[in-house]
Design a protein around this ligand. Sequence first.
Ligand SMILES: Cc1cc2nc3c(=O)[nH]c(=O)nc-3n(C[C@H](O)[C@H](O)[C@H](O)COP(=O)(O)OP(=O)(O)OC[C@H]3O[C@@H](n4cnc5c(N)ncnc54)[C@H](O)[C@@H]3O)c2cc1C
Ligand code: FES
Length: 376
Amino acid sequence: MAFGLFKKKENTPAASNKTESRGPHYYDLAVKNIINETKDAITIVFEHPAEKVNYKSGQFLTLIIPIQGKEVRRAYSLCSSPFTDSDLAVTVKRVDKGLMSNWLPDNLKAGSKVKVMEPMGQFTTEFKTDNKRHLIMFAGGSGITPMMSIIKSTLTQEPNSICSLIYCNRDIDSIIFKDAFDQLQTTYEGRLHVIHVLDNAPMNWQGYSGLLNPEMLKKLFERIPEWGIDNSTYLMCGPEGMMKNVETLLEQHSIPKEKVFKESFVQGTIDKDSKAESAATDNELKTREVTIRYDGQEYKVSVPPNSTILETALDQGIDLPYSCQSGLCTACRGKALSGKVKLDEEEGLSQSERNEGYVLTCVGHPLTDDVVIEIG
Ligand SMILES: Cc1cc2nc3c(=O)[nH]c(=O)nc-3n(C[C@H](O)[C@H](O)[C@H](O)COP(=O)(O)OP(=O)(O)OC[C@H]3O[C@@H](n4cnc5c(N)ncnc54)[C@H](O)[C@@H]3O)c2cc1C
Ligand code: FES
């Protein structure tokens, strides 16, 4: 495939300057600045530490913060680009009653220190000057963050590539990075096309309004330049319903699945069938020993039926990489070299990854006595 360069298989974290210590690499980052993007979204700009943090556009940082006496971890995609930004930045949108997304804007200040885990994630691509591709992106709300990084990297690193972005928001005041996108469209005229779609548009709104349903999508696709040509890659990140509609329409247009890449921030609720099916295997669960190979070490953990492989390993003090703990981010991904593993949630893995034996330890349970998982 000539242009489908988005990664699905690589599992190595981006940081290459690991210390001698076992386990994932952590950094204490100093907050340089906090930018109010909208009434409910902030960008946290971190000073780049002396020890360089290597990352790829589309990857995320895991912020680790003690809140209410508990260590809380959440993933936030980097909106900065390693090619254009000297600092690291993430943008956080408040979630109603959400723990971390409200704690951060309410408590963080310039000068605060935040513990983060090394950048991770598969929603990324290699940038090459001779690439000639069209990235067609669909984002909703906070789902714009990885797209921002990928757009900045593409525009600056691939002079022959173009980006089209369909960005959906509740209302005009919820649009994150609106001015930055206006500026980028001017600077890179003809190479970035941003189409805003609002649920509730003001009277004088010139753009599109309404839900991103199949009819709306059809109209929008007609506005995308060179739509459907072979060098197009499709990226999406946003609410589950929006991504489902986009996937359905792409299927109807016979776009091959290998050209479609998805980043989920929240656990899905629509596809319950596969979960119901996997629940049928629950009676096969019993305490079984699992061998985990990670960072040159081999660990043996005895996983009880009511616990995941990751939970059991963490309880035993084994410092494994993880972030969302809900099967979305792939930070805990490993390859089952032998044995069978049941996953409570498969959203984070593509079909080809599953076929190759990849598993997510945070939602994984051993189904046989010979499970060996290699991480990293
Ligand atoms: C790979 C990855 C990258 C992410 N990048 C970003 C990012 O760049 N910016 C960002 O703001 N968030 C991002 N998230 C989501 C983020 O990790 C948290 O889930 C989010 O901030 C909510 O955390 P919380 O502690 O406030 O809510 P919690 O206390 O964990 O959850 C409260 C409730 O809200 C629901 N919920 C969680 N997230 C959302 C959401 N986005 N919309 C609606 N309901 C939700 C939960 O299911 C739960 O029911 C990312 C998630 C992943 C997996
Ligand atoms: S920790 Fe995110 S998928 Fe397992």
